[in-house]
Design a protein around this ligand. Structure first.
Ligand code: DC
Length: 226
């Protein structure tokens, strides 16, 4: 299928800078921005609030199909709405974050959410970030980027982000969580985190956000000139 504007798939581990970089790149190009991790986080919140046993896949699927998860971007800030309620901060709490792994491993959850992500991006002009965008959701994405960074640096970035939001947490705890999530995301059976063969890898450890955004924008622009 040929699209007028490309789909940009940006994958990588937690804390590699995906959210900020993808949002700014999308803004610069005038593309839509889709944070797929926020959708998995909202799915975990649904199971928590409605007390669903996550091993009961049909109950999880029914609740998820019934729920509306919306990603909003206005004036440079993003919010996540679950059935019209703003859950932006709640889905980023350390406790909820620990719950996302087991929920996002469920086949039914991945099927429903990746289907929604495809619908949102199918016409192109969109930048999606996640773990499996270039491998599973849009294996035909025109531009694929894999962002990586040293685990300690990723933990420091996450820790600063949490502290800015007033969440008191030890750096060592964040680093432990990041390493556990890497292991879980890369080791799972369905849609594991891995670099697509045709993705361009960018190690962001020693790069500023602007440098990464400029690099990706240049890659996209050179694709569009072809
Ligand atoms: O990017 P994030 O930290 O907000 O992602 C939250 C969780 O969702 C993380 O444990 C990995 C998972 N995830 C996923 O499995 N597939 C995606 N496309 C995006 C996120």
């Amino acid at each position: 299928m040929s699209r007028k504007l490309p789909v940009i798939a940006i994958d990588g581990p937690a804390g590699a800078g995906k959210s900020t970089v993808t949002r700014l790149t999308a803004e610069k190009l005038g593309f839509k921005y889709i944070d797929t991790g926020a959708m998995y986080r909202a799915a975990a919140l649904i199971t928590l609030r409605r007390k669903i046993n996550i091993d009961d896949e049909s109950a999880v699927g029914d609740e998820l199909k019934r729920s509306r998860i919306e990603l909003k971007h206005e004036d440079g800030s993003s919010s996540v709405l679950l059935d019209d309620e703003d859950v932006t901060d709640e889905i980023r709490s350390p406790d909820l974050t620990r719950m996302v792994g087991p929920v996002c491993e469920k086949e039914v959850v991945r099927r429903i959410l990746s289907g929604r992500q495809r619908e949102m991006g199918v016409d192109g002009g969109v930048a999606l970030e996640g773990r499996d965008i270039g491998t599973v959701v849009f294996p035909d994405a025109e531009v694929k980027i894999f962002l990586s960074a040293d685990p300690h640096e990723r933990a420091v970035r996450r820790w600063k982000e949490l502290r800015e939001k007033g969440v008191e947490v030890e750096l060592i705890e964040v680093e432990r969580d990041i390493i556990a999530r890497d292991k879980r995301d890369s080791g799972r059976q369905i849609a594991p985190l891995k670099k697509a063969e045709d993705a361009i890898e960018i190690d962001t450890t020693y790069m500023t956000i602007d440098e990464v955004v400029d690099r990706i924008t240049a890659i996209v622009e050179s694709y569009m000139k072809r």
